[in-house]
Design a protein around this ligand. Structure first.
Ligand SMILES: Cc1cc2nc3c(=O)[nH]c(=O)nc-3n(C[C@H](O)[C@H](O)[C@H](O)COP(=O)(O)OP(=O)(O)OC[C@H]3O[C@@H](n4cnc5c(N)ncnc54)[C@H](O)[C@@H]3O)c2cc1C
Length: 451
């Protein structure tokens, strides 16, 4: 039972959503209703769970409630790399053990396949999800060494890749900032707000799922038993939903529901998106109109060029902050925006007059041992949380897995998933704050030219 659940503020306006045409937002919950299944949270995990539950039982009454507008939360704030390969942010080079990495790759690929099928079924614009791969970019010798080591790891797992030299990186991006790149083919590139909104709208139109937006669940209460099942009542500001089966797809906010207390870390990272490039700017920069770079160093900058619905623009994502309060202070936001400007200028000196039109931040949830916060946490209540940074793929996967668990479906779309250990307990918050914040600052400093 939980009450007075506070929803943290999402800092800044997410450019991904702002550059899209206005969308019709689903209704706010104003009544007291019943559902066979209630999903709380409309990000990758929640919406994937809704779609999977409907596939399993098309006649079930499924309700999904989202605290804000779909696409306004972290799911519409990320950089859109839906990566198939291991991407462990806590390691220097994203990698873990070979066996664990092989398992994770299969899981991520099943999630990408699920997302791709959804995009076809719901006739999403092509830009919502494109299977074009991504490049791990290196601007320094140290970064290049990360790429070489990553390639050796890929050799051992028989994964395809292509090494790009400085000239090829310039042909791709228009800048000579990068000296090396490692292209891998299996990443799906998302326009995250477009994908997540199209997913929600497709689910609403083509299935038996009812979505309420701007309807934060502020309390979850035990309503007694009915037909042998425990019934839960989720209260919003103006209504409620009673259901025996609940999926919590709220990422780190699951702690505020009383589960996984002191086991999850809320980390923020930040992005800025330029205004549209003029035709002259675009011509003088050269390169391809669309590309996506993650950094060879896990603490470096992700950089993307897009040229879809919102025009020709460049995105920079960097900086991390550990915020146990789940709120990022304005000072973090402005420091990150300054850092984006510096990283942009260093990479694109030719675009001297360019300015950032949008800057924003968003929450990620990490556990010390890099595991999900998942499974049945109370009678009929299942958690599908803690994606450890790769929430586009892993959030989709845990949403599917949780829908299958709660409905007792034996035929899994993610057959490789094995239940993991629980997230490890954290040290007391002040100690964690000092430890993680110093670690992040040190690693960012060490990222040097990759930042
Ligand atoms: C700037 C940035 C860049 C990133 N880049 C990438 C990337 O390139 N690739 C990648 O894989 N990941 C990336 N991430 C991480 C990724 O966005 C998250 O891991 C992912 O969104 C997690 O998905 P989720 O569905 O589990 O949770 P969320 O997307 O956080 O969705 C949970 C939803 O639950 C809602 N909610 C919470 N509490 C309640 C409540 N009480 N009632 C109703 N609704 C509630 C929230 O409003 C939220 O919309 C990035 C994140 C940020 C911030």
């Amino acid at each position: 039972m939980a009450s007075n659940i506070k929803i943290p503020i999402n800092p800044g306006r997410t450019g991904w959503k702002e550059i899209l045409p206005t969308r019709t937002v689903n209704q706010n919950l104003l009544d007291n209703i019943n559902a066979d299944y209630l999903i709380i949270g409309g990000g990758f995990a929640g919406l994937s769970a809704a779609r999977r539950l409907n596939q399993i039982d098309a006649s079930a009454k499924i309700v999904l409630v989202e605290a804000c507008e779909i696409g306004e939360g972290p799911a519409g704030r990320n950089s859109g790399f839906m990566i198939d390969l291991p991407h462990n942010l806590a390691s220097d080079d994203y990698l873990g053990s070979l066996e664990k990495d092989r398992e994770q790759t299969l899981i991520n690929r099943s999630a990408i396949e699920f997302a791709k099928r959804a995009s076809e079924e719901y006739e999403m614009p092509a830009e919502a999800i494109q299977l074009v791969g991504k490049t791990n970019a290196a601007a320094s010798k140290k970064g290049m060494k990360f790429n070489t080591d990553y390639a050796k790891h890929l050799d051992k797992t028989s994964e395809a890749y292509k090494m790009l030299d400085a000239q090829e990186m310039k042909s791709l991006t228009g800048t000579d900032y990068y000296i090396n790149g490692l292209w891998t083919p299996g990443t799906a590139m998302l326009q995250p707000a477009l994908y997540i909104q199209s997913l929600a709208d497709g689910i609403s139109k083509k299935s038996n799922v009812v979505i309420y937006e701007n309807s934060p669940v502020i309390a979850l209460e035990d309503e007694g038993r009915h037909d042998g099942l425990k019934i839960w009542k989720a209260k919003t500001n103006y209504g409620s939903i009673s259901s025996p089966k609940i999926i919590l797809a709220v990422n780190g906010i699951v702690e505020r529901f009383g589960y996984f207390k002191n086991s999850l870390m809320t980390i923020f990272t930040y992005s800025s998106l330029t205004r549209e490039l003029t035709l002259d700017e675009s011509n003088s920069l050269g390169g391809s109109p669309e590309w996506g770079l993650t950094s060879a160093d896990a603490m470096g900058s992700s950089v993307r060029r897009i040229s879809g619905i919102g025009g020709d623009r460049i995105l920079v994502r960097n900086r991390w902050s550990y915020n146990p309060s789940m709120e990022a202070k304005d000072s973090f936001m402005s420091a990150a925006a300054n850092s984006h400007n510096e990283s942009f200028k260093a990479r694109f000196p030719i675009l001297k007059k360019m300015s950032m039109e949008y800057s924003w931040g968003g929450r990620l949830c990490l556990s010390l041992n890099n595991v999900f916060a998942q499974g049945e946490v109370d009678e009929g209540v299942y958690s599908a949380c803690c994606q450890n940074g790769l929430g586009t793929a892993k959030g989709t996967a845990i949403g599917i897995i949780t829908a299958e668990k709660i409905s007792d479906e034996k035929n899994s779309l993610i057959p490789n998933f094995k239940d993991e250990e629980s997230p490890k307990k954290l040290m007391p918050k002040p100690l964690m704050w000092v430890g993680v914040s110093s670690y992040v600052l040190w690693k960012e400093f060490m990222a040097g030219k990759e930042k």
